[in-house]
Write a protein that binds this ligand. Structure first.
Ligand code: PEP
Ligand code: MG
Length: 909
């Protein structure tokens, strides 16, 4: 154990670590080392590794201190030598900063302590050395405040309480008639330190530590502990970072930006993180320390003249006033600015990415405290990648990998105006089911959404849950909010398909259809009230929040072309209407992987014919009704084939249980009875007879086609006739007929017989032929494990991972919301298996099915059409599982294309 290196020194253009060691040294530590190696001025220091953080949680505080003490003491000696000061000296004290640094940046999640080493003796020496007692005492009081908060737990006692230190500051301000912190004199600050320390003794029962080494160990362990604080845990959960990573601790000599008007501190970006524009930008404060810039107590000034002018324009400040009151660093300290500009250029060129940098100017000397790849918006991410490519800074593959697929979403949907949303009141939160921003007046019924739209009104459809009957209303509304349902609930799937904003499963909402109200806690909203939804975060806001349309710039198209160049997987869309298909095609879909034909049944008067078919007494009655549906379906299929111009179109035969289509309320049942010329009682009886205890496992999927083959006949005829009509127009067609919910190869065999017989009938009638494939969905576990038998019949497989997840895990896709939050909290599940493919279970079945299927039918075409087909990590799995394509809702097509390219490029590496 003794030869494990736990502490890495850096300083004076030398370093034991380097920029590649992010896992061990954390992002900050690795880059501090690298900056030294490339000759950038960095205060000397050392990094305690992330492995020690893990050891901290197994060996405890004392165990870890014993383990690292000799190495830390040795590293501290090197810092002392380089800085010409001594840690713990009473005459020439070296002060240190202690900061966290995980392998990825987790801004603001963990703790930092500055000015460590300050005590009753050091403060006098610093006052003497700097000739600035106010600065010395201010540094001391900042240290006691930070250390008291982070290490000694001096937090407010309750939600209503003030921070104990801020309370003292406020009291002293009041007593001395002071408005601004900067007005405190050295003597005031001395008094403040004494009062802070007394507060510590009172609250903790222990005196504030005066010994610098005791301070240091306390701080180091507190940083390790902050890895497990609530917000860090939450942040990791949100970003799916494992707890095992741990944080490193960076202990570094202090440099001071608060030593007077020749000192300053700032934060800058080498490009604009919001827009991606290639412009150096950032903020600074003269005579300030570390966190002051972000704390927002004083208004920071812009670093460049250009930035300063833009800022002033926004504020409505004229040039003269700007120059006098808010000059840029470029104007105030031109020589230091020039050096900073050179360094930022150097850093971006060296790291080949936009850098987020922190710096301090101590008495006219510039020090760099941090550089890291800066966080950015989706828009900025795309622009920067494509501009850096054209500048020659990065190559094509790097440009593709630079853009996170999920971030593309921000570019595709309307978004909330940033300022407006910051001011909006959050009412509750549900699942971010379908991204985008929507605002409208509350309606509770689908037909109201339609009627209100006709009257020029904007609506949000609020439902306990949605059913296919609500489709038209969902289409008419700007957004959909449901109290129940998960990420693959009807509302979520349909909304994503439409590219419509949807928040589902907002469990805190009580919907009262009768009263036409929704209640959240003690807030009651009624029909007609305005609300806004953020489908990317799941937030529900009160009132009307302004939105702005997405702008798909040229860079987006260029990026998509590159993604296609490197991806192996093809990307198709789940689209049910020619309109969705058009949208998908515009986003680059290379075919349709799933057309859910039942979704076509809800438009216009079609539902009537469908109901007639379902409620018919016998085959003859069904055929009569089906004959009405035939031309309608044929027309829709023609539309799809035309839009897709010869790209494959997979049409799935009817899937859902029939009782979903019939009316459930007396009023509608009576209307239908009148229309069909039968008694209300008869309709009521029929509807009741169709009800199932467990419809998801009931009379649905190919079980419908096998019990009522005339449905399959009608649908096949519609598909084949449509394809032949389109072909006649000179447009190529590529037809794939897909049979749902097969679990036994004989189910498919029977359906194939009906399909082939019908197709041959049409060919004979028209004296012509077209090619078509018959395949199946693999969504029943038995189908996956008997894939060899099924592949004897099926010409392609499409994994329906919504049902396959439901049946493999035994979790109802509509009810998972009831226990998922608790399962996530307890760590029983790492993520929602309906969003992110369960690779171990469902994934194993997919691999097995692909292997067995291709064993029987060489090169069997395999795809996925469950919701996972548009989720980046699931797409990566599909790449490795050797699938040919993924299929997802139109608005996720670009994301899947990029994710497919990422998977291929990562495998190359
Ligand atoms: C599936 O089960 O994954 C699928 C695509 O079918 P549906 O969601 O329509 O059941
Ligand atoms: Mg299914």
């Amino acid at each position: 154990m003794s030869n494990v290196k736990r502490v890495y020194s850096f300083g004076n253009k030398k370093a034991e670590g380097n920029g590649k060691m992010k896992e061990l040294l954390g992002g900050k530590g690795a880059n501090l080392a690298e900056m030294n190696l490339i000759g950038i001025p960095v205060p000397a220091g050392f990094t305690i590794t992330t492995e020690v953080c893990t050891e901290f949680y197994t060996h405890g505080k004392d165990g870890v201190i014993a383990m690292i003490k000799p190495d830390v003491e040795k590293a501290m000696k090197e810092v002392e030598a380089q800085m010409g000061m001594e840690f713990g000296s009473t005459t020439n004290p070296l002060l240190m900063s202690v900061r966290s640094g995980a392998r990825v940046s987790m801004p603001g999640m963990m703790d930092t302590i500055l000015n460590l080493g300050m005590n009753d003796q050091a403060v006098e020496a610093v006052a003497k050395r700097s000739g600035n007692p106010r600065f010395a005492w201010d540094s001391y009081r900042r240290f006691v405040q930070m250390y008291g908060d982070v290490v000694l737990g001096m937090k407010p006692q309750s939600k209503e309480d003030h921070d104990p230190f801020e309370e003292i500051i406020d009291e002293m301000k009041a007593a001395k008639g002071i408005v601004n912190d900067t007005e405190f004199t050295a003597d005031d600050l001395k008094e403040m330190v004494a009062r802070f320390k007394a507060a510590v003794t009172k609250q903790t029962g222990k005196d504030f530590p005066n010994d610098p080494w005791e301070q240091l160990w306390g701080a180091v362990c507190a940083v390790f502990e902050s890895w497990m604080n609530e917000r860090a845990i939450l942040y990791r959960q949100m970003h799916k970072y494992p707890a095992e990573w741990g944080t490193a601790v960076n202990v570094q000599a202090m440099v001071f930006g608060n030593m007077g008007d020749n000192s300053a501190t700032g934060v800058a970006f080498t490009r604009d993180a919001a827009t991606g524009e290639n412009i150096f930008n950032g903020e600074y404060l003269v005579n300030a320390q570390g966190e002051d810039v972000v704390a927002g107590i004083r208004t920071p000034q812009q670093i460049t003249i250009e930035g300063s002018r833009r800022w002033a324009k926004l504020q409505g400040i004229g040039e003269e006033e700007r120059k006098a009151k808010y000059p840029s660093l470029e104007e105030v300290m031109p020589a230091v600015y020039k050096e900073l500009d050179e360094i930022q250029n150097h850093l971006e060129t060296y790291f080949k990415d936009m850098q987020d940098i922190e710096f301090t100017i101590q008495d006219g000397k510039l020090w760099m405290l941090q550089t890291r790849s800066g966080k950015r918006t989706g828009e900025a991410m795309v622009r920067m990648a494509m501009e850096m490519l054209s500048e020659g800074l990065i190559d094509e593959k790097t440009a593709v990998l630079r853009v996170e697929p999920a971030k593309l979403d921000e570019l595709l949907h309307p978004v909330f105006d940033k300022e407006a949303v910051a001011k909006a009141k959050v009412l509750t939160k549900g699942l971010p089911a379908s991204p985008g921003a929507a605002t409208g007046q509350i309606v509770f019924f689908a037909d109201d959404a339609e009627a209100w739209k006709e009257n020029g009104k904007e609506t949000i459809l609020v439902r306990i849950e949605t059913s296919p009957e609500d489709l038209k209303g969902m289409n008419a509304a700007n957004g959909i909010l449901t109290a129940r349902g998960g990420m693959t609930s009807h509302a979520a799937v349909v909304a994503r398909g439409m590219g419509k904003c949807c928040v589902s499963g907002a469990g805190a909402i009580q919907v009262d259809y009768k009263a036409r109200t929704m209640t959240i806690g003690d807030v009651v909203l009624k029909e007609g009230d305005w609300i806004s939804l953020n489908g990317s975060t799941g937030e529900v806001y009160e009132g009307k929040v302004a939105t702005q349309a997405a702008d798909l710039s040229g860079d987006f198209g260029k990026l998509m072309d590159l993604a296609n160049k490197y991806a192996h997987l093809k990307v198709r869309a789940n689209a049910d209407t020619p309109r969705d298909a058009k949208q998908a095609f515009a986003f680059g879909a290379q075919g349709i992987g799933l057309c859910r034909t039942e979704h076509m049944f809800f438009e216009g008067d079609r539902i009537k014919a469908v109901r007639e078919m379902i409620l018919a007494d016998d085959e003859q009655g069904r055929r009569k009704a089906l004959a009405k549906l035939l031309p309608i379906q044929r027309g829709d299929f023609e539309g799809l084939f035309e839009v897709m111009e010869g790209n494959p179109v997979t049409v799935r035969l009817l899937d859902p249980p029939l009782h979903e289509f019939v009316p459930h309320f007396e009023k509608e049942q009576r209307e239908l009875a009148a229309e069909m010329g039968v008694s209300y009682e008869k309709i009521k009886e029929k509807v009741e007879a169709l009800a199932e205890v467990n419809p998801m496992l009931g009379h649905r999927g190919c079980r419908l086609g096998n019990t009522y083959p005339e449905i399959t006949e009608m649908q096949t005829r519609a598909i084949i006739e449509a394809a032949m009509n389109v072909k006649k127009k000179g447009i190529p067609v590529h037809v794939e007929i897909m049979v749902p919910l097969v679990g036994n190869h004989k189910e498919l065999k029977y359906q194939k017989k009906v399909i082939d017989a019908t197709a041959n009938e049409v060919f004979a009638e028209r004296n012509d032929k077209i090619d078509y494939l018959i395949g199946t969905m693999i969504e029943v576990p038995r189908a996956a494990v008997t894939a060899n038998e099924i592949a004897e019949v099926a010409q392609f497989f499409s994994f329906g991972t919504n049902d396959l997840t439901q049946m493999t895990l035994g979790f109802s896709r509509d009810d998972i919301g009831k226990f998922l939050p608790e399962y996530l909290k307890k760590g029983i599940l790492k993520q929602d298996p309906f969003q992110i493919l369960d690779v171990k279970g469902v994934g194993q079945l997919i691999r097995e099915a692909v292997f067995k299927g291709r064993g029987v039918r060489e090169g069997l075409k395999c795809g996925i059409c469950g919701e996972h087909g548009g989720e980046p990590s699931s797409v990566e799995f599909c790449h490795y599982a050797g699938l040919n394509y993924v299929s997802c809702s139109p608005f996720r097509v670009p994301i899947a294309r990029l994710a497919a390219a990422h998977a291929a490029l990562k495998q190359e590496k």
